[in-house]
Design a protein around this ligand. Structure first.
Ligand SMILES: NC(=O)c1ccc[n+]([C@@H]2O[C@H](COP(=O)([O-])OP(=O)(O)OC[C@H]3O[C@@H](n4cnc5c(N)ncnc54)[C@H](OP(=O)(O)O)[C@@H]3O)[C@@H](O)[C@H]2O)c1
Length: 478
């Protein structure tokens, strides 16, 4: 279920938001502490969907300083008026909570614990146990995420509650808690919260109901397999759109989320038992190797992993960048015996370089930092040098841009000038740009003007994602 909180400051506005939210939410949370001219009777009389009535003090993250006795009266009134749920803070104390539970009638009582500073697993478990003893209908535990790993604490707690047959709402607050807001329902949370629309969030990290339902299919299944992208940054990636869309089309109970990771080692420890697989991006493609249990032949040779799968409890690394790039190049021109100039000597260059050599291409690596070109050149046993060599090299069949030059926002830049490009290319040459944002880079536009065949980074991205999807699911993306 998805609950949409209504945090309007006036009853009229709350009624309007409630009507709007009822179109997409399963439950409406009425935050009484936010409403200055509170008309509880009219709000409950006009409800279309079940409501959770709650009122919080400032110390509990609420907006007004209503006294405790007044807050309890409001909760009792909501029970009298037949609200489906009331939510009270654990800090109210056992006696007062027990009294509310004793008069609840058909109303279900949620007892909540919030920690606005951080997530401490021991403390969270202790609070869960204490609230459990009060026998409420639903337990709610929410804490602030200071790191991505805090989300795993909540997902583990949800697993425990599921085993014990308890209804629990558990997730993390804050930007770093976004993942648990998405995943909690898959792990059995009674519900998760979402904003009515973008811009109407009542807490940081809260996603809008359209995204939770449309992109992540929150209400469609539970106990599915979780995949994701591990990197820093991750926002730019199109993986969540591509993989989730394919899961949806193929009606698979799987979801893909972004994991913005700071400490890779601690992430792997926290999540290895919770997720089925993940994509790896900048800056972790090499660092991940020492944290997993094995790598396949290609990833081992390259020394870079972009996909990890949990195979019977063992994390195994793969590299789909190589196939992704080589498939795209070879769809336009066979590499064997061709002279291939690659500009760049970073992570992507490494994968493409191995692929080109594997296919029998004659590779030349030029890079701004000569020492990096030398190191990769020696490893791949090929010609290498600095960018000044662009003035001297013989004509080539294929040019590969494996640098970030030409990527947004600097879309007018090229890894080599027009004149150099004209001088270097053989007739009918292929120019491949690994940059995919924008899809048609300045380099590709100029290459087209010179009559070259071109291939773009978006196709490489889709190809590597397709290989990844095959590892995730055994099925093809495209
Ligand atoms: N299509 C796909 O699926 C896909 C996937 C991942 C990445 N990419 C693209 O590949 C690019 C490189 O990614 P990466 O992982 O290889 O990054 P990386 O490891 O950081 O390497 C960056 C490369 O770009 C060079 N470079 C950066 N700015 C430069 C400049 N102003 N002038 C000259 N050279 C410059 C660097 O040269 P130095 O060694 O001198 O710093 C290095 O060779 C990304 O920006 C992205 O556009 C595409």
């Amino acid at each position: 279920m998805i609950a949409v909180p209504i945090a309007a400051s006036m009853t009229k506005e709350a009624l309007k938001d409630m009507k709007e939210a009822s179109k997409s939410a399963d439950v409406i949370e009425l935050r009484l502490d936010c409403i200055k001219d509170l008309g509880l009777e009219i709000l409950l009389a006009k409800r279309i969907k079940p409501v959770i009535v709650t009122t919080r003090s400032k110390a509990e993250g609420g907006r007004s300083n209503i006294s405790e006795s007044r807050r309890i009266k409001l909760i009792e009134k909501a029970i009298d008026l037949g609200a489906e749920f009331v939510d009270v803070e654990f800090s109210l104390g056992s006696e007062k909570i027990k009294r509310i539970i004793s008069i609840r009638g058909k109303t279900k009582v949620i007892v909540s614990y919030h920690n606005f500073k951080g997530t401490d697993e021991k403390e969270i478990i202790a609070k869960y146990e204490k609230i459990k003893r009060l026998k409420p209908n639903v337990i709610k535990i929410v804490s602030f995420a200071n790191s991505i790993d805090d989300n795993a604490v909540m997902l583990r707690l949800l697993k425990t509650a599921k085993k014990e047959g308890k209804d629990l709402i558990a997730f993390c607050m804050g930007e770093k808690g976004e993942v648990s807001r998405i995943l909690c329902n898959f792990f059995g949370s009674f519900l998760t919260f979402a904003s009515l629309c973008k811009g109407k969030e009542s807490a940081p990290g809260q996603l809008d109901v359209k995204t939770l339902k449309g992109l992540y299919r929150i209400n469609e299944f539970r106990n599915g397999e979780v995949f994701g992208l591990v990197g820093n940054p991750v926002k730019q990636s199109k993986g969540i759109l591509i993989h989730n869309d394919a899961f949806k089309k193929l009606e698979m109970n799987k979801v893909y989320v972004n994991f913005l990771v700071e400490d890779l080692s601690s992430f792997v420890k926290s999540f290895r038992k919770l997720i089925k697989g993940f994509s790896v991006t900048i800056p972790f493609k090499r660092e991940i190797i020492k944290l997993i249990d094995g790598v396949d032949l290609t990833a081992g040779k390259i020394g870079a992993v972009n996909t990890v799968i949990n195979e019977n409890g063992k994390l195994i690394g793969y590299n789909t960048d190589v196939k992704g790039a080589i498939n795209v190049i070879e769809s336009k021109m066979k590499i064997k015996n061709k002279r291939v100039l690659m500009i760049g000597a970073g992570g992507v260059a490494r994968a493409i370089g191995y692929g080109v050599k594997g296919k029998g291409g004659r590779l030349i690596i030029l890079n701004r930092t000569v020492s990096r070109a030398k190191s990769l050149g020696n490893e791949l046993k090929c010609e290498y040098g600095g960018l000044d060599k662009l003035n001297k090299i013989d004509k080539v069949d294929i040019i590969v841009n494996a640098t970030s030059i030409g990527m947004v926002p600097k879309v007018n830049e090229m890894p080599l000038g027009k004149d150099k490009l004209r001088r270097i290319i053989k007739k009918g040459a292929l120019v491949f740009d690994s940059v995919y944002n924008p899809r048609k880079t300045k380099l590709l536009k100029e290459a087209e003007k010179l009559g070259c065949n071109t291939a773009d980074g978006y196709d490489m991205f889709i190809n590597q994602a397709d290989e990844q999807f095959k590892l995730f699911t055994g099925r093809r993306l495209i």
